[in-house]
Design a protein around this ligand. Structure first.
Ligand code: GDP
Length: 480
C-alpha cells in the first residue's frame, strides 16, 4: 500500500511516536518514514479499532453522567410535586396512612378506577400534587439509595403517640439524615386512649427534631391515620416544606429518572414502575433502564389508565423492556432504539464483569483487607495433599489458627491433585486452595486462572500455616 508511519498516524489521529512505540511492543522496529507492510497495518488498525470500540462501549454504558445536575438548563425549570417517603417503627401506622391517602386523596385528575399498588401514587390537595412512594420502611429506601436513586425529597416520620420513640424510629431518623432529606413528624394514633403526643415530641428532641413551638424548625402534625384526623393538615405541611425546597425540574428534555419497583408479569413481560425526575416520558420512547433496554410500549398510572406523557415527579408503570430492572436503577431516554440497546447491552456486560471480578475472590495477598471489608468470621480454605497423613496434619494445624477471633474454615480436604471440582467449590465458597506436595490438573489450573482463585503450593506444613497466619494478620510478605 506504501503507507508509512506518518500517514498511518494521521489516519488514526494518533501521534507518530505513539505508533512507533506500539509497533515496538508488537516487535516491529521502525521509524517515521519507513513504509509498513499490509500485515502490520492490519494488526495496528485492529488494535486501535478494539480500543476505540471499548471506549465507545464505556461511553455508551455511562448513563450516570446524564444525572449530573450541571446538564440542567435553569431557564427551563418549572415547579414539580414533592416526592415523599413514609418511615417509622413497625405498627406505628405507616401502611394505614398510605392506605388512607390512597383511598381518599388519590387522583390523577380523573374519576373512577381502583388504585392498584404500583409502588407509588399521587395525592392531591387544593390542586397541588404530592407523590408518595408506597413501600414504607427504610430498608427499601436505603437499598434504592445504594443503587444511586436519591428520589425522596421529604421523609414523613410516623411515630405512634401511644408507643413513643422505638428502635426503628431512630433507624429511620438516621436513614433520613444520611439521605439529607428534611423530616416531617406525624405523631399518629392520637385518637387512642393513652396517646401522649407531648411525650413523643420530647423524646424526639434528643434526635435534633425540635418542634417550632420549642424553638426548633421541625414540623410536627398530630394525626390519626385510621380516622383521617388532621391528614389534610399533614398534606398542607408537606406542600409548605416543598415550597421551601423550591423543587423544580425541566420537562422539556429527554426523560430520566429511577425505577421504584419492577417485576415480571406473565402476560406483559417486564413491568416497571418508574418515577420521572427530569424531562417528559412518552409512549414509544427508546429507553435504557439500569442494565435493560427497550421502547416504552405501554404507560399507565396507578389506576391502570393509559397515559401518553409523564412529567417530572410522576410515577408510571411501563412495559416494553427486554428484562426486569432493579428498584433504584436509573433510566434514560435515548435518541433511538439502537443506541438504547447498545447502552443496555454494554451496561449488562459491564455488570456481569463486575460480578465476576468482585465475586468475593479471596486471596492470601489481600486476605487481611478482605477480612475487614467483609467482616469475615472465618477464612474458608480447601486442602489437597499427597497422602492422608498430610491432609490430617495440615487440616489440624489450620483449624488451630485464630487471629482476632477469626478462624480458618476447612471447607474441603482430600488426597489427590487439585481438580476442577475443587476450583468450583473454591469459587462458590470464596476459598483459598492449599496444595501440599500436589499440583493442579491442567484443566483446574486454567479454570483457577479464569476464576482468579488463589492456589498456593507447599512442601513444608509449617510454611503453609505460617503464610495463612501472616495473611490473616496482614503481614504476608509478597512473593514476586
Ligand atoms: P405499620 O407497620 O407502620 O405499617 O403500621 P400499620 O399501618 O399496619 O398499623 C398497625 C396497627 O395500628 C393497625 O392495626 C392499625 O389499624 C393501627 N393504627 C394505625 N393508625 C392508627 C390510628 O391512627 N389510630 C388507631 N387507633 N390505630 C391505628
Amino acid at each position: 500500500v506504501g503507507m508509512n508511519v506518518q500517514d498511518l498516524a494521521k489516519l488514526l489521529h494518533r501521534d507518530a511516536t505513539e505508533i512507533i512505540k506500539k509497533l515496538f511492543l508488537l516487535g516491529v522496529v521502525t521509524n517515521q518514514n519507513q513504509s509498513l507492510d499490509e500485515d502490520t497495518i492490519e494488526v495496528l488498525a485492529a488494535d486501535y479499532g478494539i480500543e476505540a470500540q471499548q471506549k465507545a462501549e464505556e461511553d455508551v454504558a455511562d448513563i450516570d453522567r446524564f444525572f449530573d445536575d450541571e446538564t440542567i438548563d435553569e431557564a427551563a425549570l418549572v415547579p414539580r410535586a414533592p416526592v415523599v417517603t413514609i418511615m417509622g417503627h413497625v405498627d406505628h401506622g405507616k401502611t394505614t396512612l398510605l392506605d388512607y391517602l390512597r383511598k381518599t386523596n388519590v387522583t390523577a385528575g380523573e374519576a373512577g378506577g381502583i388504585t392498584q399498588h404500583i409502588g407509588a401514587y399521587q395525592a392531591r390537595l387544593n390542586d397541588k400534587l404530592i407523590t408518595f412512594l408506597d413501600t414504607p420502611g427504610h430498608a427499601a429506601f436505603t437499598e434504592m439509595r445504594a443503587r444511586g436513586a436519591n428520589i425522596t425529597d421529604i421523609t414523613i416520620l410516623v411515630v405512634a403517640a401511644d408507643d413513643g420513640v422505638q428502635p426503628q424510629t431512630i433507624e429511620a431518623i438516621d436513614h433520613a439524615k444520611a439521605a439529607g432529606t428534611p423530616v416531617i413528624v406525624a405523631v399518629n394514633k392520637i385518637d387512642k386512649e393513652g396517646a401522649n403526643p407531648e411525650q413523643v415530641m420530647n423524646q424526639l428532641m434528643a434526635y435534633d427534631l425540635v418542634p417550632e413551638e420549642y424553638g426548633g424548625d421541625t414540623i410536627f402534625v398530630k394525626i390519626s391515620a385510621k380516622m383521617g384526623q388532621n391528614v389534610d393538615q399533614l398534606l398542607e405541611m408537606i406542600l409548605l416544606e416543598a415550597d421551601v425546597l423550591e423543587l423544580k425540574a425541566d420537562p422539556t428534555q429527554p426523560a430520566r429518572g429511577s425505577v421504584i419497583e419492577a417485576r415480571l408479569d406473565k402476560g406483559r413481560g417486564p413491568v416497571s414502575t418508574v418515577l420521572v425526575q427530569q424531562g417528559t416520558l412518552r409512549v414509544g420512547d427508546p429507553i435504557v433502564v439500569g442494565n435493560t433496554y427497550g421502547r416504552v410500549r405501554t404507560m399507565t398510572n396507578e389506576k391502570g389508565h393509559d397515559v401518553e406523557a409523564a412529567t417530572p415527579a410522576t410515577p408510571v408503570q411501563i412495559t416494553g423492556l427486554n428484562e426486569v430492572p432493579l428498584a433504584g436503577d436509573r433510566f434514560l431516554v435515548m435518541a433511538d432504539e439502537k443506541t438504547a440497546r447498545a447502552a443496555g447491552e454494554a451496561r449488562a456486560k459491564r455488570a456481569r464483569e463486575e460480578v465476576r471480578n468482585a465475586s468475593s475472590v479471596v486471596t492470601l495477598d489481600t486476605l487481611f483487607n478482605t477480612m475487614a471489608e467483609k467482616a469475615m468470621k472465618t477464612v474458608p480454605v480447601i486442602v489437597k495433599a499427597d497422602v492422608q497423613g498430610s491432609v490430617e496434619a495440615l487440616t489440624g494445624s489450620l483449624k488451630k489458627i485464630e487471629v482476632d477471633g477469626v478462624r480458618v474454615d476447612v471447607v474441603h480436604a482430600a488426597v489427590g491433585a487439585i481438580n476442577e471440582s475443587d476450583i468450583s467449590l473454591a469459587e462458590a465458597s470464596s476459598a483459598i486452595v492449599l496444595g501440599f506436595n500436589v499440583r493442579p490438573t491442567p484443566f483446574a489450573k486454567s479454570q483457577a486462572n479464569n476464576d482468579k482463585i488463589d492456589m498456593r503450593f507447599y512442601s513444608v506444613i509449617y510454611d503453609a500455616i505460617d503464610d495463612v497466619t501472616a495473611a490473616m494478620k496482614g503481614q504476608l510478605e509478597p512473593v514476586y
